[in-house]
Write a protein that binds this ligand. Structure first.
Ligand code: SF4
Ligand code: SF4
Length: 147
């Protein structure tokens, strides 16, 4: 083992998570976006069986930097969230959603994990999630990040 190597926080202790379905993570606010790749956008469009042009105009936004994100309403609700607070594209939701809360920046330290627990009531609830599964999600998020 190389000097100075530290085991990642999520491998040092079991992390518990159980989603309650409260929908809070689907209501963003100004500083939070649901990013998606071309492939993810296409999977969602196909799932909703919409034309490309309608889907692009009605459901997507481009940030100034060029990133594609899900549109959100004035109240910050993701455009894919239905009136009952359920995700209409759940089987094909973007990695950002399916990997939450096991994002690299959230599981990097106890402080970051506990800070996120203030936003998500599912954190520290239920059974421990297998470390291998968390590692898989963290690696998938890293692989999806632009260089
Ligand atoms: S905020 Fe947490 S508990 Fe609520 S829907 Fe999102 S992941 Fe589930
Ligand atoms: S795509 Fe679905 S899971 Fe992701 S923020 Fe929107 S409603 Fe929530």
């Amino acid at each position: 083992m190389a000097d100075g190597w530290m085991q990642p926080f999520f491998e040092q202790q079991a992390l518990r998570f159980e989603c309650t379905g409260c929908g809070r993570c689907c209501v963003a606010g100004d500083d939070y976006y649901v990013y998606m790749s071309d492939a993810e956008a296409e999977a969602i469009r196909a799932h909703l069986q919409l034309s490309r042009s309608w889907f692009r105009r009605r459901y997507l936004e481009r940030l100034e930097e060029g990133d594609r994100v899900a549109a959100s309403g004035p109240d910050g609700r993701c455009v894919f969230l239905d009136d009952e607070g359920r995700c209409r594209v759940y089987p094909v939701r973007p990695l950002q959603c399916s990997s939450y809360p096991f994002w690299p920046e959230v599981v990097r330290s106890r402080t970051a994990w506990q800070r996120e627990a203030r936003r998500c009531e599912g954190i520290n609830r239920g059974k421990a999630v297998a470390t291998g599964r968390i590692r898989e999600l963290v690696n998938a998020c890293r692989a999806a990040e632009p260089d």
